[in-house]
Design a protein. Sequence first.
Length: 418
Amino acid sequence: MKSQDQKVNWIYCVLPVNIALGPVGTFVQLYILELHGTVIDIALATTLFNAVSIPAAIIWGFATDRFQGRRPIIALSYLTVAVTLLLFLRTMTIYAIDLLYSVFSLLSSAAATPLNLLIMETQPKSRWTSTFARFSMISSIGVTVGLLLGVAWGDFLPFHLLVVPLAVLSALSAALAAVMIKEPNIVFERGMIVMVRRSFYELLLALPVLFLQIPRIIDFRRVFKTLRFGLSRDPLLLYVSIAGFYFSAGIFNTSLVPSLYSANLSKSQVFLVSLVAMIVQTASFSFLVPRIERRSLKRSAFTGLTLRASGYALIGICAYFLTGLPYLGVTMALYSLAAGVAYAFYYAASNVMVFNTLGRSGQGSVLGVYSALVGFATMLGSFISGFISFFLGFYVTFTISAIFLAVAAASTSAITTD
């Protein structure tokens, strides 16, 4: 048992880099606003980030299969993330921020697949579930600490220098990975991930797009032709639900930080909203997810969608009537409900449902369609979010986001199987 514990101690090397990754998205948006950018500029930066994540998943997936060494990919990913973060010190234009943020998207996604495979390759099968749970908790704690650092730094130190400790932490993870990770005696290909529900679950949590193969037109036709058959429409309805969920998320999340900033809240207060939501999300995944997976998946997914839609709609109303501390308090509570409790409900249930649709054959094509839908829906939501907020207002943006969640909930309720 002791030797097994020593083998898994390498997972602690991800703690510093997750502290570094936690505040980056909020930092980029606030930095653009500090340079007098608009919500449209933020939407374009976020869209580019999401657009790059799609080919990044393909590139790093094939690289993991071809170059079977785990340690070099993980360590190099963390080191290049550190360099990219330091380059933000030299950026004085919004276009340069956009470019760096897209590079960050490419590099930060490299480690997700080899890390998940490494757990399966270095641990006996009986310990996979507990090790994945431990790995997930370490990652969540890291992101939470990173957001806490953003709260402490935002209003009290030069804001653009926040990337310095983040880069140091990422470089520390690179060094720890180089020292602590030992190459496994047996290596698996990525296809092994979809054979084990927990590994599939954790990888999608870290990287929502996963391509075992590049999807073809025929793959999309195979999935969507099920509309013709009443007894086999459930996969289509599930995918409509997932597309609505991620489209809504792209719309809402892109405009949340600008709405808080425009409501005369400080940088630390903006970070605080994300921090509280992350704490609630971590607690929800720890206490709710094991119970959700033993209950009706359809009912859990529907509950998550309706809770999230209600939270988004109420935030939209508050965005119209409130500013300052009242808006901070209400948004903090409602966003924690939507991004914490509701997200845990839907994420846990929907990913098990997706796992159940993969079957024993054609996993690559089905997963490719799923990932393409997730990536495109998120990217499109991010793109239109800035224009809606700029021309119509944040309250309209958040209301539209809630409407698409309602569509996703209706699709989920129409699923006949559980």
